[in-house]
Design a protein. Structure first.
Length: 621
């Protein structure tokens, strides 16, 4: 099994030198507090990683990666280029221009971004931000925007905020439509509620953990539309190269020819990446991903002395840069081509994942190891991209859900006690994958069976201890923890106020539609016109046949109601403390939303919308 391999790459191990090269200064334990003194980020609990010798409960390769990701503070990458690393799961990069500093990717939350820029200014002077660049549409690369830059000041000084084509749409669509499910699944990917411990969360592969602060966003003022564009920003020549549909649907990397530096954003980091993360996302295209790396190698590597990214640490030296880019390029191309080859021989995703391994030339390269993505789930993502969920076997075409299948499996196996006895014997033989699978059936058949929960948790824990991938380790260990203690009682919003405030109304209507409870909508018909007078925009929404649809423009006839809103009203509707209907009524009273016609029709519609539980069960019914 890929995650249980203990291959030790045989390249000369220069990465510990690279991870601390150019170090200037930091703050104790990289500890960052919010305005109320609550911890947003700290590396204090990772002190156990000071030991060079791996703990027996952590894969030795993952232990090494976790120690490398412990380096934190301000680092000089090359002349006029600096990074703050270890203050967040991502890096923030600073490019010194003629009059100030260009900030690339202001981290996940405002608090970590503010701490990072304060550290930069402490050592490099109080330079104003002269540009803000988002490399792609993932929250750990834009969420700290307001910690790095004051929006009013930015507008007053005409500070460009630059992003790749499609950034705003993909930023909000990926985090809103399926945001609730992705947030819950993301807890397993990052080990969010696990303790930092040798038996708990040790790393995220691309960084340490996810900070718990204030997510923000300042909308871009400039987008890179063409595949390659060259701009001079604050006296710095930057070649922007779009990498759409790679690691993110909206992404770009950059070359700084005068500084002989290449920034690969997140298409080239110090680990195998995800083609579909465990939290869920649209499947990424490994062919395109490989092509972009090939273009970077061909166009920019010849004039680069350093390649740095928005995760992990840089690589220096032209020869090493070329080797690194070639190996990353070939990693994604090999995964794609060999998966499709075996797929065309009739193998399913599960079968390919069991047999496919990297060639030795790639497997023995540290940056190609599966600390974040894995061969196994990347293979399945590729199969999903081409063939979808169905593996072609009619027996699998309409499987029973776990709640119905579990009791039948257990009955066929001779009952709960017989299953437990056999599973315990298999556990003693180290057959943890099978034990986890079979006891999962027992947990779904009888979630109150404590012996089943314990044995399933024990098996998941052993799989976690053996996993090279941080994401697999986190998922296994959080699954074990929730079987033992239950899911934590948390209420976390899946989207921030800033994200809601820039939400395209079309997407808001789509989001309302996926929240419609079809049973409650039986027999209901109505038409509501939604408008934003400030923008001169209008949408006609119709509910019939338990489906909500919309068209741009005014309603053709007389709608049941016309709803006019401001951006503040729109944000308030989504962020209110009560139900949508209660919040809507309050906003109408305050004048943030105006209604002509039947207010009762709008409130009736909002009462038909589902409210998602952010902590739904995963490892039990």
């Amino acid at each position: 099994m890929n995650t249980l391999e203990t291959v030790q790459p045989d390249l000369d191990d220069i990465e510990f030198e690279n991870a601390q090269r150019g170090f200037i200064g930091t703050i104790p334990d990289a500890e960052i507090l919010d305005s109320k003194g609550r911890p947003v980020w700290s590396l204090k609990d990772y002190a156990f990683l000071d030991d060079i010798e791996p703990a027996p409960t952590v894969h030795p390769n993952l232990w090494r990666q976790a120690r490398l990701n412990m380096h934190h503070g301000l680092f000089k990458v090359t002349e006029r280029i600096y990074q703050v690393r270890g203050f967040d799961v991502a890096n923030v990069s600073f490019i010194e221009g003629h009059t100030g500093v260009i900030v690339i990717d202001p981290l996940t939350v405002a608090e970590t971004a503010a701490a990072a820029i304060a550290l930069y200014r402490k050592h490099r002077g109080d330079r104003p931000v002269t540009a803000l660049i988002y490399t792609h549409s993932h929250a750990d690369h834009y969420g700290g925007a307001r910690g790095a830059l004051d929006e009013a000041d930015a507008h007053a000084r005409n500070v460009p905020i630059i992003a790749p084509r499609g950034f705003m749409w993909h930023t909000v669509s990926e985090n809103v439509i399926a945001g609730n499910a992705m947030m819950r699944r993301g807890m397993f990917q990052s080990g969010l509620s696990l303790p930092k411990h040798v038996c708990g969360q040790v790393d995220c592969g691309i960084g340490k953990a996810i900070p718990m602060g204030t997510g923000t966003l300042i909308a871009p003022t400039m987008t890179i539309e063409n595949e390659v564009e060259t701009h001079v920003i604050d006296g710095v020549k930057i070649i922007f190269h779009l990498a759409l549909e790679s690691e993110a649907p909206s992404e770009m990397f950059m070359h700084f020819p005068e500084l002989r530096a290449l920034n690969t954003a997140e298409i080239g980091v110090q680990t195998m990446h995800n083609l579909c993360p465990l939290r869920g996302a649209e499947v990424r295209d490994p062919r395109q991903w490989s092509r972009y790396l090939n273009e970077a190698l061909d166009r920019y590597a010849p004039t680069a002395d350093v390649v740095f990214a928005q995760h992990n640490w840089p690589t220096w030296g032209n020869e090493r840069i070329r080797t690194y880019l070639r190996q990353q390029r070939d990693l994604y191309k090999y995964l794609h081509d060999q998966t499709v080859r075996l797929m065309n021989h009739g193998l399913t995703g599960v079968e390919i994942a069991e047999v496919l391994a990297l060639p030795e030339s790639l497997a023995k390269t540290w940056a190609n190891r599966g600390f974040y993505g894995t061969i196994s789930h990347n293979v399945r993502a590729i199969v999903q991209k081409y063939l979808g969920w169905y593996d072609g076997n009619p027996s699998h075409l309409n499987l029973l859900p776990p709640e119905l299948a579990g009791p039948r499996y257990i009955a066929y196996m001779g009952g709960a006690q017989a299953v437990l006895e056999k599973a315990q014997a298999d556990f003693s033989r180290g057959e943890y994958r099978w034990v986890a699978e079979v006891t999962n059936h027992l947990v779904f058949a009888d979630p109150a069976n404590q012996a089943a929960r314990k044995l399933c948790a024990d098996a998941l824990e052993q799989l976690g201890f053996a996993a090279e991938s941080s994401t697999w380790r986190n998922a296994y260990l959080l699954g074990a923890q929730e079987l033992r203690k239950g899911a934590p009682k948390l209420r976390r919003r899946s989207v921030s106020r800033d994200l809601v405030s820039v939400l395209p109304v079309e997407l808001l209507l789509d989001y309302l539609a996926v929240r419609l409870d079809g049973e409650k909508a039986q027999g209901e018909e109505m038409e509501i016109e939604w408008s934003n007078p400030q923008a001169g925009e209008c949408w006609a929404m119709r509910l019939e046949n338990c489906a909500m649809t919309w068209l741009p423009g005014a309603a053709r006839g007389t709608p049941d109601a016309r709803v006019a809103f401001t951006r503040a009203g729109l944000a308030g509707l989504q962020m209110g403390a009560g139900t949508l209907a209660e919040t809507f009524a309050e906003l109408v009273e305050k004048g943030a939303i105006a209604v002509e016609g039947k207010l009762s029709a709008v409130l009736r519609l909002l009462d038909m919308l589902d409210d998602f539980n952010p902590m739904f069960n995963v490892v039990e019914p």
